[in-house]
Design a binder for this molecule. Structure first.
Ligand code: NAD
Length: 374
């Protein structure tokens, strides 16, 4: 059990992050060990609750917990004030108490929404993250960022609220649609590129074993193999990167910005293509390719890195070229609206070698335009 567990240790909190096949069965004993003995407010979405709700509810009820389940509609539009109000009405109407706990069972949407509800109701009650998408496991569930969208932009209303526990049961990924799984691999690859060359090599090995070169032309990609422990080991290693970064930089004062690799242009592509056209991970994959091209053109990394990263992204079913019709100037303008812009300068996260990145705010616009053209 111990080897499945990582720990986030920041200046304000410390919590376990567990990544394992079948981890949900251990939830009652883990809640008990954390002293969480009140009522359980299980928040999920309309897709995940029917698929995985029973794996949470049954063991908790057997252990004597009172569980109140609630599902918001699946999808990004649920990260809204309307759904937040519905959650407040459900919890306050049910006489929620400070000793209770919110469980967030689902992808990043449920995690962000439930996290923010827990952060704000009764001035804050405990939350436990139970991520069921690859993206949420390796990224969204760890680090304590919670929030909802506003008509004026994504993730503009929110709070830092660290979970008491993150429990990622990798068996839940067997029901995840393949496209959503691929989108999650983008963040796993990103973690390898920014911080862990060994993880990157393991991903290459997985690709070599699961994605036969002879079929590459037909678009053969790594698919999820239930029962192969290498998958959960790789996910755990990717989670360890995020755990390390947020432990050292909880509030994004420094190192945490490296997690933004591929996101500067990724966010712009996502927005200009129209939300829902590309999944977040797909846009990030294209953004990583563009960032690597910029780095190569500045002499920060060699062209071999660009080619290697592109091959790996393709092996995991991810795109590296812009959708047709996106205007380069409009994309560049959107990068200036990135939340990480400082003094009107875009802060680019650029790879130097696999496992290492630098932050640069002096990237000439001409090089960005050239990378977009190529
Ligand atoms: N808080 C953070 O640090 C952070 C970091 C990255 C992303 N995010 C947020 O995460 C959100 C995206 O998360 P996501 O990609 O997980 O999207 P999501 O939560 O919308 O899930 C994607 C889809 O998969 C379905 N699904 C989830 N788990 C499933 C399973 N096991 N089987 C079958 N279907 C399943 C969902 O119902 C949904 O339709 C965005 O809102 C983004 O802003 C937050």
């Amino acid at each position: 059990m111990q080897t499945d567990t990582l720990t986030v240790t920041s200046s304000t909190s410390s919590y376990p992050v567990v990544v394992a096949d079948g981890a949900l069965a251990t939830l009652p004993q883990r809640l008990g060990a954390l002293g969480l003995q009140g009522r359980v407010w299980l928040l999920s979405d309309t897709t995940v609750l029917p698929l995985h709700g029973a794996a949470v509810v049954a063991p908790l009820r057997t252990a004597g917990y009172t569980v109140e389940p609630f599902a918001v509609p699946a999808g990004e539009t649920s990260k809204s004030q309307t759904q937040l109000d519905a959650i407040y009405a459900w919890m306050l109407g049910g006489a929620v108490e400070r000793r209770d706990v919110v469980l967030a069972l689902g992808g990043g949407v449920v995690g962000d929404l439930a996290g923010f509800a827990a952060a704000s109701i009764l001035r804050g009650i405990p939350v436990v993250q139970l991520p069921t998408t690859l993206l949420a496991m390796v990224d969204a569930a760890v680090g304590g960022k919670t929030g909802i969208n506003h008509p004026l932009g994504k993730n503009l209303i929110g709070a830092f609220h660290q979970p008491r526990l993150v429990l990622a049961d990798t068996t839940t990924l067997t029901t995840l649609p393949p496209r959503e799984l691929c989108a999650g691999w983008a963040e796993v690859i990103k973690h390898g590129v920014i911080k862990d060359a060994g993880l990157y090599t393991e991903l290459q090995n997985l690709a070599a074993d699961y994605c036969h070169p002879a079929q590459a032309a037909q678009g053969s990609v790594v698919t999820w193999a239930a029962g192969d422990p290498r998958f959960s080991a790789i996910i755990r290693r990717a989670v360890a990167v995020k755990v390390g970064v947020v432990s050292r930089d909880e509030r994004e004062q420094g190192e945490r910005i490296t997690l933004n690799y591929g996101h500067t242009m990724g966010h712009a592509i996502e927005a200009l293509a129209g939300y829902g056209t590309l999944l977040h991970g797909e846009a990030v994959a294209i953004g990583m390719h563009i960032a690597a091209r910029i780095a190569a053109s500045m002499g920060i990394c060699d062209l071999g890195l660009v080619k290697s990263q592109r091959a790996l992204l393709h092996a995991f079913g991810l795109p590296t070229s812009l959708p047709a019709g996106l205007d380069a100037q409009a994309l560049i303008a959107l990068t200036l609206r990135d939340k990480k812009v400082q003094a009107h300068k875009v802060r680019w996260v650029l790879p130097t070698t696999i496992g290492n990145v630098v932050i640069r705010d002096d990237v000439p616009e001409e090089l960005v335009r050239a990378a977009l053209r190529s």
